[in-house]
Design a protein around this ligand. Structure first.
Ligand code: NOJ
Length: 708
């Protein structure tokens, strides 16, 4: 009896049964992921018949065709279809395009992010696919890096929490699996350059970069992806310590590890760490990679390694076991029922998207100008990003992947800021002029100024564009590019109320906006509803609640400027800059005033295995109901190694009605106060800890906790 075909049998038994029947060729086939869009027709036909473990970047009907061919192979093992559904299933035109990870992280809303993940899973699965290469758990500390937009920001704790929320959303219905990536410290590459060496130690990895991946493993994340780069000169693809020993053996990660794009080939061609592809394949599998993405020769190389007895079969069996586990878990062997395709871009998902877009906006400045009052009859919407949905979507949509498509129109509903303003304020109240481009020579600023002069208020939408966003798109200069500075200065010169809206993939240098505009709104890449949400915020239709998950420097060379750095002892100030950032992690205004009082610790003296409760009263003194994210920071007052002056250890987003007070309680596990010692031990040191609870890194109440 073929147990692997019987869904009533335990998954591990089904895997044992199937593994026992598989030939070496079938096993090695499972370890290959073939990239659909780079194959010749001939190769494509060949791989379809070979019984390959996984395909990537296949959509809908093609997946059905490949699945059918796989079912005709000897054992009929179904392939796993992977896709970069990073902020929605956006490689498919017509699917819901959610805000980017960076944008949504500013919502600090775990529940909503879980719903976003769940909706994405339904759309991916309905399209016949099984696996999203998301979430990105990289830490965005170097703002020059091109992929900042794909992250949940600069803070390891936030990334771990929101990572768990989105993975839970992706996986809770068993429709698809998630892929936590890029393991590990990819964002920390030298000079903020994509896929360079990250010159850091294992201690630093354990302190900052590992915790989000550990949280992903703890929640049962189905897969993880090995980063392109290297850590302290050792390529990650060949890094047995980082992959096998820490991730699999120590943390106990049960899913499988896929390499990033062509990592096995790069070991030979770019990193010069293997003499040929066979050696590279051996190193990759020994290190702990279970599946190779898009180095198709891996298949032949692995077979030759087996023939030459250069690789242990147990390594292959273990890799295949992990891959099969995902397939069984998703029900791929059991005539899986998929959601109807009508869920793709459906109303329910639009509602989640709209809410998330609203909560992701960060109101950075408001000099008594917003919400715009009834006396504002005419509004000039100006700027290169006012009506550019490509810039607003950001990277990883059908516009840019798998290959760039310039001239397609989105099939689903979407609102740029111009569209949103017309919808909310009525077309006849809105004037529009682009003014200039993000890059390049276009300069219609005179016309834009003329238009602004006809209006009562100006909404100026600036930022960056797709050419400045993503892999290979690192920036040395974080200023507003092209003629945007001239545009904004001329608009400010009209003496009209100027509301600056940023549509961008990362923090830019915006001191001028902070000093001279009446209001500043940060959208980042807001998805389908970003523009509508901005208009609704301007009209006061909801109370803004987003806070920055990432800090904004005054000047590009000030990066890194993240909040939880170690304190320096020579003042830490550049002679040619004022101290501090333009905006810090945690900044974000509301239309309400939230007042904190009554900070209490359930214990003022705790032991090392305690979990204590920290409570605070938050009063909404405004006239609008609103949401507030309460942040808990700690400072280890005296420690044997340097520790940050403040570090986030908890947050909770709460809804508080106008005039009401809510008591918010956060838990603090004393184990989470551990430092990582130079000999790699996790130690909670006795002594005093400052406990700070408040709105952000500057406005908080403080108590002292003693740990014995
Ligand atoms: C390379 C990127 O680094 C990774 O994030 C992505 O998932 C793969 N390509 C597949 O597209």
């Amino acid at each position: 009896m073929e147990k692997y075909k019987d869904k009533n049998v335990d998954i591990e038994e089904r895997i044992d049964d199937l593994l026992a029947r598989m030939t070496v060729e079938e096993k090695v086939g499972q370890m290959l992921q073939v990239s659909y869009n780079v194959l010749s027709k001939e190769d494509y036909e060949k791989y379809k018949k070979l019984g390959i473990g996984s395909f990537l970047h296949v959509l809908g009907d093609e997946a059905d065709d490949i699945r059918k061919k796989a079912s005709e192979t000897r054992l009929g093992i179904p392939p796993l279809f992977g896709i970069d559904a990073i902020h929605g299933h956006c490689l498919l035109n017509g699917a819901t395009v959610f805000p980017s990870q960076l944008a949504m992280s500013c919502s600090f809303n775990r529940g909503l992010i879980k719903e976003m993940g769940r909706a994405t899973a339904k759309e991916v699965c309905a399209d016949g696919l099984d696996w999203t290469f998301s979430p990105v758990l990289c830490i965005a500390r170097d703002l020059r890096w091109g992929r900042v937009d794909e992250t949940f920001g600069e803070d390891s704790y936030v990334i771990g929490e929101l990572g768990q929320a989105i993975i839970d959303g992706y996986e809770c219905d068993n429709l698809i699996i998630a892929c936590a990536k890029h393991y590990i410290a990819y964002g920390e590459a030298t000079g903020g350059r994509d896929a360079y060496d990250s010159p850091i130690t294992e201690r630093k990895i354990r302190e900052v970069f590992l915790p989000p991946f550990k949280k992903a493993a703890d929640i049962g994340c189905g897969s993880m992806m090995t980063a392109y780069g290297s850590i302290d000169a050792l390529p990650l693809t060949a890094n047995r310590r980082i992959l096998r020993e820490i991730l699999k053996d120590e943390i106990g990660f049960k899913g499988f590890v896929v390499t990033d794009w062509e990592n096995v080939r790069s070991l030979v061609t770019k990193q010069h760490a293997a003499k040929d592809l066979a050696e590279a394949s051996l190193k990759a599998v020994e290190a702990g990679n279970d599946m190779s993405m898009n180095t198709h020769e891996f298949y032949e190389c692995m077979l030759s390694l087996v023939r030459d007895k250069k690789i242990y079969m147990s390594l292959i069996d273990n890799a295949v076991r992990r891959i099969l586990r995902a397939k069984f878990r998703l029900g791929l062997f059991d005539n899986k029922e998929r959601p109807n395709r009508s869920v793709i871009g459906c109303e329910g998902h639009k509602n989640i998207n709209h809410e998330l877009a609203q909560e992701s906006l960060v109101l950075l400045k408001n000099e008594n100008v917003l919400p715009l009052g009834g006396d504002t009859k005419t509004i000039a919407v100006i700027g290169p990003n006012a009506d550019d949905i490509r810039a607003q979507y950001g990277d990883w949509t059908f516009f840019s992947h798998p290959e760039p498509k310039k001239d397609v129109e989105p099939l689903g509903d979407y609102y740029t800021v111009l569209g949103g303003m017309r919808e909310v304020f009525g077309e006849k109240h809105i004037l529009y002029e682009k003014g200039c481009d993000i890059y390049g020579e276009e300069n219609n600023i005179d016309k834009a100024v003329k238009t602004a002069k006809k209006a009562d208020a100006v909404v100026c939408v600036i930022g960056d564009c797709l050419a400045q966003n993503g892999e290979y798109r690192d920036r040395a200069n974080l200023d507003l590019s092209g003629n945007q500075m001239e545009l904004i200065k001329r608009l400010v010169g009209t003496q009209k109320k100027v509301i600056a809206v940023l549509v961008n993939c990362k923090p830019l240098c915006i001191s001028y906006l902070k000093e001279n505009c009446d209001a500043v709104i940060e959208m980042f890449n807001g998805g389908d509803f970003g523009g509508l949400a901005v208009a609704e915020l301007i009209a006061g239709k909801f109370n803004p609640s987003g806070k920055l998950s990432i800090s904004f420097p005054q000047y590009g060379a000030q990066t890194p400027c993240y909040y939880n750095q170690y304190d320096g002892w020579h003042g830490g100030q550049y002679v040619d800059l004022q101290k501090g950032n333009v905006y810090d992690f945690g900044d974000g205004l509301s239309y309400s005033e939230f007042v904190y009082s009554n900070l209490k610790l359930s214990k003022k003296t705790a032991s090392k295995d305690d979990i204590i409760e920290i409570s605070v009263d938050v009063t909404n003194r405004g006239s609008m109901d609103g949401k507030e994210t309460v942040m808990l920071f700690v400072n280890d007052v005296v420690s044997t190694i340097l520790t940050p002056t403040m570090e986030l250890k908890g947050f909770e987003k709460v809804f508080i009605k106008s005039g009401d007070t809510k008591t918010v309680t956060l838990k603090l596990d004393i184990k989470d106060l551990a430092i990582v010692t130079p000999d790699l031990k996790y130690v909670v040191e006795s002594g005093e800890f400052e406990i700070m609870v408040g709105r952000n890194t500057k406005e908080y109440l403080k108590e002292i906790l003693t740990v014995k």
